[in-house]
Every structure is written in C-alpha cells, then in structure tokens.
Design a protein around this ligand. Structure first.
Ligand code: 9MR
Length: 453
C-alpha cells in the first residue's frame, strides 16, 4: 500500500466513523504528484478554486484552464446584491445560475459571494435605512439563499463589515446603522434558508494578527458562544509584495474557535516575491486542518481586477507562471488532512472499511453542527450497481429529524431510515449520490448502515 493509499485508508476509517469530528487529523503525505491545482488540493481533502465571470465563459482559453485546474468556483460579481435584486423584490439569477451551472458541470464546489456587502448594494437599497432596510436585507438573504438552496458549499453571508485601521470596530454603513445585530440576523436568516451551506464571514486586510482581524475574531468568538450560526471565516488575501509572519498563526487562532477557514480571494502583486508568497499562503492553509480550501481571484492576469499588477497564476495568454508551479509544488508536498466532506472518497478494494450488513453500498456522514441543531450530508456510494438503497442512521437520544432532502425518512428519532427518492435510487457501480437532513439536538456519531435494494 502506498503512503497515499495508507493515508486514504486512515481518512476513510475516520470518515466511516462520522466525518467532521474535529479530532485526530492525519498528516497526509503524497506518493504521486498530482498535476493540477484541484487534484493536488483534493489529496488533502481541500479545494483549489477560482473566481470566475459569466462574461468570460465563452473564452475557450479561459474555460480550458478552468475545467482543467480548479475544483471550486466563486462568482466574481454575479451573486452580489446589485446583480440578484436590481429592483426591490425583483430577483434575477441568470448570470448567477450560469456560474452555478458551470460549477456543477465541473463537479466543483460553488462558493456563494456575497449575500450582504455595503458595496454593490443596488441603488434602491443604498437610499434605504432603518427598519425598512433591515427587512429588505433579510428578505434578500432569504430569497437568494433559498434560490440556491442545497447547491452552495459556502456562502459569504456578510462581506467586509469591519473598518480598516486600528479600531477593530465595525465599518460604518447603512447596514450597520440598522443595528449592531445586523450580522447575526443575516446569518440566522441564511441558516434558515439553506441549512446545508456553510456560512462564512469574509474580509480583507486580515492577513495576520492585527486590530481588524482581532475585531472579527472577537465577533466570531461571541457568535460561537451564543449559538449564532457561523461555520467559516474567509480571508480574502489580496496581497502585495510581502506577507505577515503570523499569517498561519492567525488562521489557526480562528480555526481554534471552531470554524473552518478559507482563503477566498487570493491574488499577489507581481514582484520578486510573488511565487514565494503564493507558496507561503498554500503551506499555511495546508498546515491548518480546518483550512478547507483556497480561491484565487481570477484565472489569467488579464482577468484580474488589479489591472497592471499581474497578480494571478496564469499570464495573459494562459501560460502557467512561476507562481503556479510554486503553488502546485506546495500542494503536492502535502499537509494536514482537512475535514472537508470530499475526503470521504469511495472505498476501493485496498481500503479498510468494514463490510456493511446487506452489502452493496456504504454511507458516510459529514456534519455541520451548532448549539441545538445540525445538518447532516450523507454520501451513498455503490459497490455494485444499486437499484434503490436505504441508509439507517442512529440518532443520539434527544435528537429529532426536522427536514430531509433527496430522501424520505421513516421515523424522526432513534434509528431513522432514509430511503432513496425516484431520481437517486439508481447508482452505477462505484458511483455515489447524496442526501441530507436537518435536525434538532446533537447530530449522529455512529456509522450509518447502507442497504441495497
Ligand atoms: O473583482 C470584483 C470586481 O470585478 C468588481 O468590480 C468589484 C466591485 O466592487 O468587486 C470585485 O471583487 C471584490 C470582492 O467582491 C470583495 N472583495 C474585494 C474584491 C476586489 O475589489
């Protein structure tokens, strides 16, 4: 068994025991060097993504790199408030859906960006204030998160709400002036609308321990202590020609609060240090078990918002730059395994999962928990081809299933059976499908049992 296979067995063993229990992260070494960013990141359960623009999807060079290299996408502008609700109550999803469908076609994770931001508010919202704005903003979160329900890996629920400089305070905006609780109100609305999406706070100039990142840290700590649903913090990482020495330590202190961390908008000014800074960011994420992935803010230099700074991994013609090679090498050097659901790779004959009663299929759970509730995403993997399946999940006492998607459940407490629905009962040999459920109380910790037929 190669080192990589051995690592995968370890991961599988922990996956079958119920993923996302945040303990016992294996160090993953890589026996075979992957040749693309996404495949290389996936070796440690992470994604490597790019911000993409709907208007560029007709460019073959662009989509060629996108399809080859990346396993996550973020809409650069298409899911922002001005794009999705140009006049109050009239929602337009055409371009957002184009990004979503591109991601789905690639089998990529889709990061939603961004439900609320003081910039790119539509004009009608810019001129609002007080309770009218508060209800418009919550309605926006609810409508957009509902439209994309079940499709988004992680939402930037609130973007850039903290001030620059030494105050560590909130930024002034019409959103902030509706009351300091606007951020938690937005997170609660997003959770109610799409319980399966990870909910992130996203900001820039947070690339080390500084007043701004500490202000955000204090907010996240407060949210966790009061049960406000927050799952992740995005570090945009629009970087210049140097990087804070405590970049990794800063990610780690947030992870230690019990949230995932993600690098969400990475770009680095071109200069002597560009390749080194990219490698440093990559290694920092790999060293933090809860750093689940990295997104670069564009593909080619010519696609970047930072005109003239050439801050990306591919040149204007789509050629790989030195920075690309340094990222790929850093990814291939391995790191901690991330508790992302993507580590629940289908079993292969060389892995050490125990046979399931009934045979024919296995199931792994990934949990997203908060005080008093949870969302479980279950991946059903076929051994031989399946024509129907049932997954039995043992819930801890006091827990109750409140909703289920892509399956029907019998019972809501104790031992709960989840049966396929019409469109996902047939699964090819080696293939997989997913369903999920939300509940109150604690999530399941025991291995689910999958039965074919
Ligand atoms: O890259 C985006 C650019 O095309 C838009 O014109 C701009 C509008 O403000 O937003 C850019 O993306 C921003 C992101 O949404 C939030 N963080 C900062 C990014 C760069 O400005």
């Amino acid at each position: 068994m190669s080192l990589l296979q051995r690592s995968r067995s370890l991961l599988l063993a922990s996956a079958v025991a119920g993923v996302v229990v945040a303990s016992g992260f294996a160090l993953v070494g890589t026996a075979e060097a992957a040749t693309t960013l996404g495949a290389s990141a996936a070796q440690t359960g992470r994604y490597y993504g790019a911000a993409i623009a709907a208007g560029r999807l007709g460019d073959g060079t662009y989509t060629g790199i996108l399809n080859r290299e990346f396993n996550s996408v973020t809409p650069e502008n298409e899911m922002k408030w001005d794009a999705t609700e140009p006049s109050q109550g009239r929602f337009t999803y055409t371009n957002g859906d184009r990004i979503l469908n591109q991601g789905i076609a690639m089998g990529a994770k889709v990061r939603g960006h961004a439900l609320l931001w003081h910039q790119q508010e539509p004009g009608w919202a810019q001129s609002m204030s007080g309770s009218a704005l508060r209800s418009a903003m919550i309605n926006h979160v609810t409508q957009v998160a509902t439209h994309y329900k079940g499709k988004i890996y992680a939402w930037d629920v609130v973007n850039e709400a903290f001030a620059d400089g030494g105050s560590g305070a909130r930024r002034d905006s019409n959103l902030q002036r509706t009351g300091n609780d606007w951020i938690e109100a937005a997170f609660r609305a997003a959770r109610a609308a799409d319980p399966a999406a990870k909910l992130c706070y996203n900001d820039y100039n947070t690339d080390g321990v500084n007043a701004k990142s500490t202000g955000i840290y204090n907010m996240v700590r407060d949210f966790k202590s009061r049960g406000v649903p927050i799952d992740c913090v995005g570090f945009q990482s629009h970087l210049g020609t140097s990087i804070a020495g405590d970049y990794q330590a800063n990610l780690q202190r947030f992870a230690d609060l019990g949230v995932d961390v993600q690098i969400t908008e990475l770009d680095v000014a071109q200069g002597g240090n560009q390749a080194n800074i990219y490698a440093t960011v990559t290694r920092a994420c790999l060293a933090v078990a809860r750093c689940t992935g990295i997104t670069v803010w564009g593909i080619r230099d010519s696609d970047s918002w930072r005109t003239g700074e050439n801050p990306l991994l591919f040149d204007n013609s789509g050629n790989k730059k030195a920075a690309y090679t340094s990222v790929l090498n850093a990814l291939n050097a391995g790191g901690t395994s991330s508790p992302s659901p993507s580590i629940s790779t289908p079993p292969s004959p060389s892995t050490s999962t125990s046979p399931q009663p009934g045979g024919g299929c296995t199931a792994t759970v990934s949990l997203n928990s908060w005080t008093g509730g949870f969302v479980a995403s279950v991946k059903v993997t076929a051994g031989a081809a399946l024509n129907g399946w049932t997954v039995t999940v043992a819930l801890p006492s006091g827990s109750t299933v409140t909703s289920t998607w892509s399956a029907t459940n019998s019972g809501t407490t104790g031992s709960v059976g989840f049966r396929n629905v019409s469109y996902n009962g047939q699964v090819a040999a080696g293939g997989s499908t997913e369903f999920g459920f939300q509940g109150t109380g604690a999530g399941p910790t025991a291995t689910p049992v999958c039965t074919a037929g």
